[in-house]
Design a protein around this ligand. Structure first.
Ligand SMILES: NC(=O)c1ccc[n+]([C@@H]2O[C@H](COP(=O)([O-])OP(=O)(O)OC[C@H]3O[C@@H](n4cnc5c(N)ncnc54)[C@H](OP(=O)(O)O)[C@@H]3O)[C@@H](O)[C@H]2O)c1
Length: 244
């Protein structure tokens, strides 16, 4: 009997990029364990995708849950996509709580799952894709600590790739830095705030779609991209970033 295909875990699978990533992976023949907090949206996603999609309701920063997911589902691929929608306001109008919210979710998620992946550990040949942001390259002045948290996501993936190499674990770590797009809840709020700041002017460039993000993750993860790679992701497709 053929071995069952080891699944992908996609965090933040209920909406936006995560929903599209889960849909693309299932279409490519890889079962998906989809994690988010909203049980109703995950149920709808399961109804649409069928038995290839297994919902897990929970918080992406819960280390115990991450260890359980690895032990229970033996994933080949982790897509760390969940992210807090940043409060859109200039820096002096933030509280420390609103400023640091992306650190408590986005950066903490990367830290938690990288730690669990390296210590469980995931079997050789497994792959972790961390979703950072183009904001990590140039800042995001209306999103509080968002750009800094996304830069931390990129650093954590790099550190984890190095530790995997040092220990000979054979786990690949890839970072994706998508461009801002109004095509998701999080992106629409940010795009509207930056357009208002620019007096209603938008870039006019074609926007990245969630489907393009799903396609990029399938290409990168299932084509076994070089571990440690980092890609800026725009409507033109993934562009490898130079090693610093
Ligand atoms: N859209 C853009 O322009 C853009 C650009 C660059 C990078 N990104 C990054 O891409 C990722 C996805 O963004 P998106 O635009 O698709 O956002 P979105 O539409 O707001 O969706 C966010 C997803 O994350 C989940 N989530 C949030 N906090 C969570 C938590 N603590 N535990 C588990 N799940 C959680 C949400 O589900 P629940 O609320 O049900 O938990 C939802 O499924 C984020 O990391 C974001 O920073 C987005």
């Amino acid at each position: 009997m053929p071995e069952p295909t080891r699944p992908a875990v996609v965090t933040g699978a209920s909406r936006g990029f995560g929903r599209a990533i889960a849909t693309a992976l299932v279409a490519a023949g890889m079962p998906v364990v989809g994690l988010a907090r909203d049980a109703g949206r995950l149920r709808t996603q399961q109804e649409e995708l069928g038995e290839g999609f297994v919902p897990v309701v929970g918080d992406a920063v819960d280390e115990e849950l991450a260890r359980w997911v690895l032990a229970e589902h033996d994933p080949r691929l982790l897509v760390l996509n969940a992210g807090a929608a940043p409060t859109m306001a200039p820096v002096h109008e933030h509280t420390w709580e609103s400023f640091s919210a992306p650190w408590e979710v986005d950066a903490r998620q990367a830290f938690t799952w990288a730690k669990v992946a390296l210590t469980a550990p995931l079997p050789p040949g497994s792959h972790v894709v961390a979703v950072s942001s183009g904001a990590a390259l140039r800042g995001s002045p209306l999103s509080g600590g968002y750009a800094g948290a996304k830069a931390a996501v990129r650093f954590v993936a790099r550190y984890a790739a190095e530790e995997s190499d040092r220990a000979g674990l054979g786990i690949g770590f890839t970072t994706l830095l998508p461009q801002l797009t109004a095509a998701t809840d999080l992106g629409a709020a940010a795009a509207a705030a930056y357009a208002a700041r620019a007096g209603g002017v938008t870039s006019g460039a074609p926007g990245l779609t969630p489907e393009q993000v799903g396609k990029a993750v399938v290409g990168i993860a299932l084509d076994d991209a070089a571990p440690g790679a980092e890609y800026l992701l725009t409507a033109a497709g993934p562009q490898p970033l130079e090693a610093p």
